[in-house]
Design a protein around this ligand. Structure first.
Ligand code: MN
Ligand code: MN
Length: 467
């Protein structure tokens, strides 16, 4: 290396491909970790399924339901399940909670199609379910793919029936049809966003009429008969159901080199899984480690399972009560002393659509975990902009642990924008920065991530709590 090369190497912040210079052992670890992540993706395709998967893993690893613990001591591990859709977990630190929390927060809801309250109808010999999409989707991506139905039906007497159809190889699947190209001249002239309308997203669920009598809606009747035989429900029970349509295909390794993961719901289950694994590695932290798995992020974090609700505050108040350290207004002080990684995915630069990214400030797959100092849109509007002092502190943790990271923006200025749960926690007084795994095809039925970045996210979260 010449003197000039050395000088350049010292002065430049050259972004490197993470796959260069890693040992065979590390590569093996990365592949193994991703296989376990793929299993989680396939087991937890909805917020309820992810939540029950996470609760089970926490239980197996010594975490106890907060309601079963009256007194909390340093090292104790607890969790709280919020209405089967969100989870908050904590490991009590050696320092008092008042010294602040180290929080990592992701979300476990993903864009999908929900059934409407009155979903079932018959049209021209077919039975369909009406849907209402959840979160930001490109509607055309949800036609002509196999879909499975997940969720719950709760009867008026409180009996709850869990539904999961289309995941088992022996299950039927469902689909939303689209027009054949031969007759799609008019449709193809439309703008892409108008090609498929929200009311066109009708799920095909059957075609056999019931009996041979001269009554109307016999296909619908047959579907209800099947559902009644199997689940004991009638049409009215759909009124108190939460049924979600998600891609039926499995998450898989992607590429000849198996370097990537393709799968539904990686926004944001890639961050929920990596933070869960990091939490399991955290033993006797100095400050109390808190892990959030939120619901409703994709539709603005509203409702009592979203981060805008006060249920999380109540969870932290309970930690104060049970460590016998609570007093008036202490919660506000706790938040002002706390630090948080908002663990949510980042937009990866896609060479096929590079024009929406600004190359100096884009996140690249394979270069490590992606940080967004701020998100927002049009002049950072709506952004929680992380303070330089906190960014420096996080950089220090990453650099001292040799973790590959990149700090980026979501696309070119004025091209679009986005947000996460970061601002909600920042508004409480917490120092927050967004960081997660860069994704291609975000919010599509089949999102793509790099296994290297997944592993670096896990290492980042573990190092943050270890610190
Ligand atoms: Mn997200
Ligand atoms: Mn999202």
């Amino acid at each position: 290396m010449s003197e000039t090369d050395k000088l350049k190497d010292f002065l430049f912040d050259t972004k490197k491909c993470g796959w260069d210079n890693i040992s065979d052992d590390t590569k093996h670890e990365i592949m193994k970790f991703s296989d376990e992540f793929i299993h989680y993706l396939n087991k937890g395709k909805t917020e309820r399924e992810a939540s029950s998967f996470i609760a089970e893993v926490l239980e197996k690893n010594g975490f106890v339901d907060l309601k079963d613990k009256m007194v909390l001591l340093p090292g104790d591990k607890v969790y709280y399940v919020n209405r089967e859709k969100a989870i908050y977990a904590a490991i009590i630190g050696a320092k008092p909670i008042e010294a602040g929390l180290n929080i990592i927060g992701s979300h476990i809801d993903s864009p999908r199609l929900d059934l409407k309250p009155n979903p079932l109808y018959e049209d021209t010999g077919f039975a369909f379910f009406k849907t209402h999409y959840y979160g930001g989707i490109k509607k055309y991506q949800w036609t002509t793919i196999p879909l499975s139905i997940h969720g719950v039906i709760v009867k008026a007497n409180g009996e709850k029936i869990k539904i999961n159809i289309g995941e088992d190889e022996s299950d039927p699947i469902f689909t939303i049809t689209d027009l054949l190209p031969h007759l799609a001249q008019e449709q193809m002239e439309k703008k892409l966003k108008d090609g498929i309308s929200g009311e066109d997203l009708n799920l095909l669920v059957g075609s056999v009429p019931f009996g041979d009598e001269k009554i109307s809606e016999r296909v619908k009747l047959n579907i209800l008969k099947i559902l009644n035989d199997k689940y004991g429900i009638t049409e009215r029970d759909f009124l108190s159901a939460e049924l979600e349509l998600v891609p039926a295909f499995k998450a898989r390794s992607l590429g000849f080199d198996s370097s990537m993961v393709a799968g539904y719901g990686q926004d944001d289950r890639v961050c929920s899984y990596t933070s869960l694994r990091a939490l399991l590695d955290t033993i006797n932290p100095t400050k109390t480690a808190v892990c959030i798995f939120a619901d409703k992020e994709e539709i603005g974090s509203m409702g009592n399972t979203g981060m805008e609700s006060h249920v999380f505050d109540t969870f932290i108040s309970e930690l104060l009560n049970k460590t016998n350290s609570n007093r008036p207004n202490l919660l506000d002080k706790v938040f002002c002393n706390s630090k948080m990684l908002s663990a949510d995915v980042d937009a990866g630069l896609d060479p096929n659509y590079a024009s929406v990214s600004e190359r100096n400030n884009a996140a690249y797959l394979g270069r490590g975990i992606g940080f967004n100092k701020y998100t927002g849109a049009r002049g950072k509007s709506g952004a929680s902009d992380a303070n330089a002092e906190f960014v420096a502190q996080v950089r220090g943790i990453l650099e001292s642990n040799n973790i590959s990271y990149q700090i980026s923006e979501l696309g070119k200025v004025d091209t679009g924008g986005g947000g996460t749960i970061a601002y909600i926690l920042a508004n409480k007084g917490i120092d927050v920065i967004d960081c997660g795994v860069p994704v291609l095809s975000m919010h599509s039925p089949y999102e793509v991530t790099s296994k290297f970045d997944i592993y670096e996210a896990y290492r980042t979260y573990a190092a943050f709590w270890r610190n």
